[in-house]
Design a protein. Structure first.
Length: 178
């Protein structure tokens, strides 16, 4: 019927029967990936990343649960003391009717003030930018965005990365062959 959602455990092992203390994350949490910016790893060198919340409308959340999100052209800008996700395309939700959302509207990202100061300050450096790397629903069903501080790769850097990946694959094949 629709696309299957990926549910990935964050650690291998059995779930514990006891519940962890409030405010602590258990090692066995699961999350559902909605969209991932795969081209970012090829185009950019990822310096640092941080998880942040998203302010969404109801129809956007339901559409994201259907997997209708594209991060291909998405980037993050600072306006005042806020972070905004711009260019992310969340498709219309069929059952929303006249209360549907604008698919390309800017969406506010929620971060702690200390994280904002460090990331926004570093993003204004020459050659650095903020992009959305991945959007997912955590184990509580809350939409989260992994934001990355990145630097653009040059063509020769991309070629070196491809060469390194090919040689690593060759080595893996040789190791399996023996």
């Amino acid at each position: 019927m629709g696309k299957k959602k990926k549910t990935l455990p964050t650690s291998a092992g059995k779930k514990s029967a006891t519940k962890k203390a409030a405010g602590k994350k258990s090692a066995d949490t699961q999350f559902t990936i909605v969209s991932e910016n795969r081209k970012a790893r090829h185009r950019y060198e990822i310096i640092d990343s941080v998880e942040c919340g998203m302010m969404l409308m109801g129809s956007e959340v339901k559409s994201m649960r259907d997997g209708k999100l594209s991060l291909d052209e998405a980037y993050i800008r600072t306006k005042g003391s806020e972070l905004w996700l711009i260019g992310a395309d969340i498709g219309h939700y069929a059952n929303a009717g006249m209360w549907n959302h604008d698919p390309r509207r800017p969406r506010k990202l929620l971060v702690h003030s200390r994280e904002f100061e460090s990331f926004a300050g570093r993003a204004h450096e020459r050659g650095l930018t903020l992009i959305a790397l991945r959007v997912y629903f955590n184990d509580r069903g809350i939409a989260k965005c992994v934001m990355g501080l990145v630097k653009g790769k040059k063509l020769h850097d991309k070629r070196e990365a491809l060469k390194k990946r090919d040689t690593d694959r060759g080595l893996q094949r040789m190791m399996r062959g023996r």
